[in-house]
Design a protein around this ligand. Structure first.
Ligand SMILES: Nc1ncnc2c1ncn2[C@@H]1O[C@H](COP(=O)(O)OP(=O)(O)OP(=O)(O)O)[C@@H](O)[C@H]1O
Length: 248
């Protein structure tokens, strides 16, 4: 019999995420089908996969936003999620958005600290509509950080940003991860981003983790390193992208 367990675990255990036999169906179709996934504490894992393969569904389940599942999902109590759309409340100033939903009565200084960490303290009093795309995304990251997560779930957080802002945001997330030491699960469409940031890249297909690639390159990573290009090409191939034209 399948178990339905979605409970927080102590962050001192050997896993930040432990998923077994996870199945999620929509209208009788299993989008996630008996999936197994382990993420170690402090590990940075990137999740790739063709559009519609179930990446966001998996992330929502890990975030506790979808509990209509079969299987076992163990995640830390302290977790936070940031989505592609920053989801800021337009009627609250940036610092109040950062504290939104936090339990207790957090002081402004808690928000200020997180905003400083993402380089946005100068926009603390601003209204969300006055922020640039990159600033709004950093506010969203600050909102995740004030939760002091043991697990940070990122769903295409840089997807809507222009190329330069995206590079800066990627660098920021890499720095935050190294400083905070939390586990990160990053859903992305960008293979280069995955190889740049992750310890391990997973490729999802047919409702399971179909492929796993460890990235054993020193940090900060050099995208001109031939080994970087090799890993990138291997993953693109796994995703069914023909890279021969690129190589020619
Ligand atoms: N609430 C829902 N009701 C019905 N079907 C859903 C629901 N949520 C997701 N699905 C379906 O589940 C499948 C996986 O969706 P999901 O958003 O997880 O994919 P994804 O891999 O994140 O896609 P993308 O990369 O395009 O964001 C899709 O076929 C989607 O239509």
């Amino acid at each position: 019999m399948a178990t339905d367990v979605h409970r927080p675990v102590s962050p001192t255990v050997t896993h930040a995420v432990q998923v077994e036999g996870l199945t999620r169906s929509f209208d009788g179709r299993a989008v996630i089908d008996n999936l197994r996934l382990d993420v170690r504490p402090s590990e940075f894992v990137a999740l790739l996969g063709r559009s519609g393969c179930g990446k966001s569904t998996l992330l929502r389940i890990l975030a506790g936003l979808d509990r209509d599942i079969q299987g076992t999902v163990l995640v830390p109590r302290r977790k936070a999620v940031a989505f592609q759309a920053p989801r800021l409340m337009p009627w609250k100033r940036v610092w109040r958005n950062v504290l939104l939903g936090l339990p207790g009565k957090p002081t402004r200084s808690v928000a200020e600290q997180a905003l400083t960490e993402v380089g946005l303290s100068h926009r603390s009093d601003a209204w969300p509509k006055t922020l640039s795309g990159g600033e709004a995304q950093r506010a969203s990251l600050a909102r995740a950080l004030v939760r002091e997560p043991d697990l940070l779930l990122l769903d295409e957080p840089f997807g809507a940003l222009d190329a330069l802002t995206r590079i800066k945001a990627q660098r920021l997330v890499g720095e935050l991860w190294q400083r905070r030491g939390c586990a990160v699960l990053l859903v992305t469409h960008d293979v280069e981003e995955a190889v740049l940031l992750a310890d391990r890249v997973l490729v999802m297909d047919d409702g399971v983790i179909a492929h796993e690639q460890r990235i054993d390159l020193d940090r900060p990573r050099d995208i001109t390193d031939p080994r970087f290009a090799e890993l990138r090409a291997g993953l693109l191939e796994r995703l069914g992208v023909d890279t021969t034209a690129e190589a020619a």
